[in-house]
Design a protein around this ligand. Sequence first.
Ligand code: AMP
Length: 396
Amino acid sequence: MQTIDNFTFKNKKVLIRVDFNVPIDAQNNIGDTNRIDATIPTITRILNDGGAVILMSHLGRPKGGPEEKFSLKHILPYLSLKLGRPVKFADDCIGLSAKDLAGSLQSGEVLLLENLRFYKEEEKGDREFAQKLAALGDMYVNDAFGTAHRAHASTAIVADFFPDTKMFGYVMANEIINLDKCLKEAKRPFTAILGGAKVSTKIEIINHLMDKVDNLIIGGGMMFTFIKALGGEIGASMIEEDFVELAKDIVAKAKSKGVNLYIPPDAVLADAFSNDANKRTSSAYEIQVPWMGLDIGPASCQKFNLVIEQSKTILWNGPMGVFEMNNYEAGTRFIALALARATENGAFTLVGGGDSVAAIHKYNLAEKVSYVSTGGGAMLEYIEGKQLPGISAILD
Ligand code: AMP
C-alpha cells in the first residue's frame, strides 16, 4: 500500500483530496472540526518534508454552481490556526486563479481550493475536469475516506494522471489498516455486534460478515424482525414485515455456517415512543400492544458480555436501542463499556457507522476502544465487502 511514508516531497506540489465537509452554521461557525483535525498529520508531514500543499474538498450539497454558504473560505481561519501558518485561497478549484496560485506556491505553503462541487463535473467523475485538477500538482494524495465510496473526479478519476505518484494519506491508510484487522486478519474469536433501526440497511453487511465471524450479536430495532421470524410476539415494536423471511434465511445461514447468532432474550419496553412513557423490562418474545421494545434488557447485556469477554476481535456497528433517549440508552452504554473492557484485556475493537460512533463519544469511550472509524457510508460499504473507487484508484 503506497502511503505518504513511501515518498519524499521536497520542492513538490502535492494535491491532497481531503474531507472538509464539516457542519457550518448560519454565522459560519464550524460545528464539528474532527474531519479537519484528522487531516493535519498528513498535511504537516508533507510540509515538514519540504513540499507545498494544495488542498481540495467538497462542502455540503451545492446545486452545481457557487453558493456562498458552501464556500470553503469559511474554514480558512480554523485551518490556518491548526496548521500554524497562513493558508492561501483560490476562489475557484480550476481556472486562472487556481492555476496562478498553485503555480507560484513555494515549499511550506498551503493553498485551499474552492468547493469542488461548485462544478457538477466533480460528482459525474468527469475526466477533463479531473485533468484540470491534476494539472495543479506534481503528486496526488487521497486522504478523504468519507468519500472513498464515490467515483468522483477528485476522489478516483484524478489518480489516473499520477500513475507513479499517487498515494494514501494517514486518514485513509489508518482506516484501511484498521478495517482490515477485522475483515482480513481477525484474531479469533471474531464477534460482530450489529444494531440500529433497520435490518434492510444491514443485509449486505450481515451477508458479508457471515463468512468471517464466529459470533454475530443482533440488537437495536432490527432485532424485532428476527424475533418475529423466530415466532415471537413483538407488540408495537419496530418491524420490517417484508424482511421477516430474509431474517429466517439469515438464521438458517448462520446455523449452516456454524456462526453463533445471538438475539436478545429480553427488552426494555415502553408504552409509547417517548422518554416519558411507562417503562418495564420483559421477555423480548412476549410483547403486547401498546408496548414496544426500545432497548435490549439486562439479561441480554449479561449474555452478550460473556461473548464479548471471550472475543479477540470485535466490530460494532449500530446502537442497541434508542440511545438518544436516556431511558433507553442502558444497552448501548453497556456494550460500549464492555468493548472498552475487552480492549483493556487485549482485544482489537473497532466502532464504526454513524450512530455507534455518536454513542462511543457520548460515553467518552472513544479513547478506550482500538479504533473509531470516521467513514460513515464508506465504512459501511467497505464492511459490505465492496471495492471502494477511492481505494482502488490508488492501488491499481
Ligand atoms: P441506523 O442508522 O440504522 O444505525 O439506526 C440508528 C437508529 O436506530 C438510532 O437513531 C436509534 O434510535 C434507532 N433504534 C435503535 N433501537 C431501536 C428500537 N428498538 N426501536 C426503534 N428505533 C431504534
